[in-house]
Design a protein around this ligand. Structure first.
Ligand SMILES: Nc1ncnc2c1ncn2[C@@H]1O[C@H](COP(=O)(O)OP(=O)(O)O)[C@@H](O)[C@H]1O
Ligand SMILES: N[C@@H](CCC(=O)OP(=O)(O)O)C(=O)O
Length: 371
């Protein structure tokens, strides 16, 4: 029996595969995907499924035909459709499925992140298939991921997967949108995701889809920097899964980085959202980026936005975002402390509170080519 060399994979299935006609739940493409999931499990590969389709599944219960959906109605569709999407999946498996609904707010909070990690681990240990979606009912603009490609990459990180497979309605990333240009060519392998790769990725053409190719490349960037190989494949073509099971690449493979970021640095960089910024002078910028130092109050020239102790902020020099980290002081405290000598902090704000505004262990560099 041939086997891909995966240990644990996250499989993302887009709305177009759940509801090829734009609403309801169909078995048309899911049968082959479910078979693939079962075959992977039989080969000892753990699978976590990230499934879109709750809005499309719930759409048929509402008398609404306009193109643009009011937010409350979309959430209502997701609430009723989530149930149907879950039972649609369950009927293909003779093992139990678990519903896991997440928001960016959950993944961005370290305590909840660890709780999600432990829950997924416990489900997998007990041969239960976790089926993840965004919790659309509660997700607001401030706390949502917004698309399931990026959510799948975050789930791959939290689940400690080595492979992410994004199943869509195209064969992979092309040099231009193949649904518009008949001469578009597929890129079988992407070694490095740079601005050129992002420039190829366009929006979706399908009214029920959310992200298009752009969010898939964003997901691949998040995953590969965590040491996770990412495939974009065509979930409409049953042969895709035969090829994957043989260890072949039927779509586009985005290769993992060989020196991935640690779990914590990756979470800081790709999961937690910055609530504000601290602007620093040249000396502080050099110390943080080149010498790996913590950020002290002396080098801070300005504070932007309102944030609490423990929030993530961007460290900027002028317009350049240099780093992101967890700030040990609130914005109002920093407005008082900026430019002051670090040694005075304990006395002026709170005795015993650390001198570092952002400790180097809680900081990730965004601008590697600083000079
Ligand atoms: N360079 C590209 N290569 C492939 N597809 C592209 C590209 N640019 C834009 N697209 C569009 O992205 C779509 C896939 O994204 P989307 O519709 O959001 O799928 P899903 O519902 O699976 O998330 C394709 O059908 C295609 O129209
Ligand atoms: N959470 C939404 C899915 C959002 C989404 O990213 O959809 P898609 O672009 O089809 O993967 C739903 O279940 O309908």
């Amino acid at each position: 029996m041939s086997t891909p060399t995966w240990r644990r994979a996250v499989l993302k299935v887009g709305s177009a595969l759940i509801a090829p006609d734009g609403n309801g739940c169909s078995a048309k493409y899911l049968l082959a995907i479910a078979r693939f999931i079962t075959q992977c499990r039989e080969r000892g590969i753990d699978i976590v499924l990230v499934s879109s389709g709750s809005v499309a599944a719930g759409r048929s219960h509402f008398d609404f035909s306009h193109q643009s959906l009011p937010v409350a109605l979309k959430k209502a569709m997701a609430a009723v459709g989530q149930n149907e999407m879950m039972s649609n999946w369950s009927r293909f498996f003779d093992f139990p499925c678990a519903q896991v609904l997440l928001t960016h707010g959950d993944l961005g909070d370290r305590e909840r992140y660890v709780s999600i990690k432990n829950t997924i681990e416990a489900l997998l240990e007990n041969q239960i298939l976790p089926i993840v979606n965004e919790n659309d009912t509660v997700a607001t603009d401030a706390m949502k991921v917004g698309d399931n490609d990026n959510l799948a990459a975050m789930v791959a990180t939290v689940a400690d997967a080595d492979t992410l497979v994004i199943c869509s309605d195209v064969d992979g990333l092309y040099d231009k949108d193949p649904t518009v240009f008949s001469d578009a060519k597929r890129l079988p392998v992407v070694e490095e995701i740079d601005d050129h790769i992002f420039s190829l990725a366009g929006p979706p053409r399908n009214a029920i889809a959310t992200g298009g190719m752009r969010t898939k490349v964003e997901a691949a960037e998040k995953a590969s920097s965590h040491g996770i190989d990412t495939y974009i494949v065509n979930g409409r073509d049953g042969d895709t899964f035969e090829q994957l099971l043989r260890g072949d690449n039927p779509g586009t493979l985005f290769c993992k980085h060989h020196t991935p970021l640690s779990n914590r640095k990756h979470w800081l960089r790709h999961t937690i959202k910055a609530q504000g910024a601290v602007v620093v002078d040249h000396g502080a910028a050099q110390a943080v980026v080149e010498d790996g130092a913590s950020l002290l109050s002396t080098g801070i020239t300005d504070v932007e936005g309102e944030f609490e102790r423990g929030d993530a902020v961007i460290i900027r020099e002028g317009d350049k975002a240099l780093a992101k980290g967890i700030c040990q002081y609130s914005s109002w405290e920093l407005n008082y402390l900026k430019g002051r000598h670090a040694g005075t902090i304990n006395d002026t704000v709170e005795p015993g509170h650390p001198d570092e505004v952002i400790h180097r262990d809680n900081l990730t560099i965004l601008e590697e080519n600083y000079s």
